[in-house]
Design a protein. Structure first.
Length: 154
């Protein structure tokens, strides 16, 4: 089931539908009472019996080929996957990166081929970089002594 069909299934029409009711006075809030956004959508999906993030393992019963690759759907422009070989666990985990720009990747150990099927929005208007996140590190510019003469960090 896709995210769109989940949204239609549990009648989420606006962002307000993803806001929780909150705990009653004198009670400790549960995840259902306080979760918002995607976490709330995931909880509502689980209540309906739907795994919206598709967390099941990849098909390891066969080796992907260029003609018949193992397909992964992704809402993000980049996704990481771990290949353990075919049959499963026949080699150590090899981490591969597939992206919207490079949707096909082959495991260098077993040769299995994986393909990313991008199902996200074509245009994103949230100001993130190409990998789907921003990283801001507000690092103060100061130096401090570690207690040893001449060893400064900063």
């Amino acid at each position: 089931m896709t995210l769109l069909s989940l949204v239609l299934c549990i009648e989420i029409k606006t962002e307000e539908d993803l806001l929780p009711p909150g705990a009653a006075p004198g009670e400790v809030a549960t995840d259902y009472n306080q979760a918002t956004g995607l976490e709330r959508l995931e909880i509502l999906g689980k209540i309906e019996g739907i795994d919206i993030f598709d967390m099941k393992p990849l098909d390891a019963s066969r080796r992907g080929t260029l003609d018949n690759p193992i397909v992964l759907q992704s809402f993000g422009k980049e996704r990481y996957l771990g290949c353990t070989g075919c049959p499963a666990d026949s080699h150590t985990t090899i981490w591969l990166t597939i992206s919207k720009d490079r949707p096909i990747e082959r495991c260098p150990e077993c040769g299995s081929v994986y393909k990313m099927e991008y199902v996200g929005a074509e245009e994103e208007h949230h100001g993130h970089d190409d990998r789907g996140f921003y990283l801001f590190l507000p690092i103060p510019l100061f130096r401090f002594n570690c207690g040893m003469k001449g060893n400064w960090i900063g």
